[in-house]
Ligand binder design. Structure first.
Ligand SMILES: [Ca+2]
Length: 125
């Protein structure tokens, strides 16, 4: 059985983040947040709120163990314009998955500490 989850709250989440990031956000807080994810990258974080270890991608990874992020990501940030990304429970883009839309930033609820691969583009089971 496969299931797909959409990222419904993404737009609201990134909007709130952008507001709090305004001019004089302390460096300490910025370093722990989703804004660490560079433009043009898709990022995974160990912590729920963009904190902890971060792995950033331009194309993806078939095995997140290579980025020390296997079964570890608890939140994500999607800073790639105009491109859907897909995260998978299994290695090599297998198992449960969900698609992530541009601008998304927030905690992983369904696949918390369970993602093992991720790639740019539409989900293809
Ligand atoms: Ca985690």
């Amino acid at each position: 059985m496969r299931s797909a989850y959409s990222w419904a709250v993404a737009a609201a989440s990134i909007a709130a983040t952008a507001l709090t990031a305004a001019p004089a956000a302390p460096a300490e807080s910025a370093a722990r947040s989703f804004e660490r994810c560079p433009a043009g990258h898709f990022c995974l974080f160990d912590g729920y709120d963009g904190s902890g270890l971060m792995a950033s991608f331009r194309q993806g990874s078939p095995n997140l163990a290579g980025q020390s992020m296997d079964n570890r990501a608890s939140s994500l940030a999607h800073n790639v314009p105009d491109t859907v990304w897909c995260v998978y429970e299994g290695r090599n883009y297998t198992g449960d998955y969900f698609r992530v839309y541009p601008g998304a930033a927030g905690p992983l609820s369904e696949l918390d500490n369970a993602i093992s691969s991720v790639r740019r583009g539409e989900c293809s089971p």
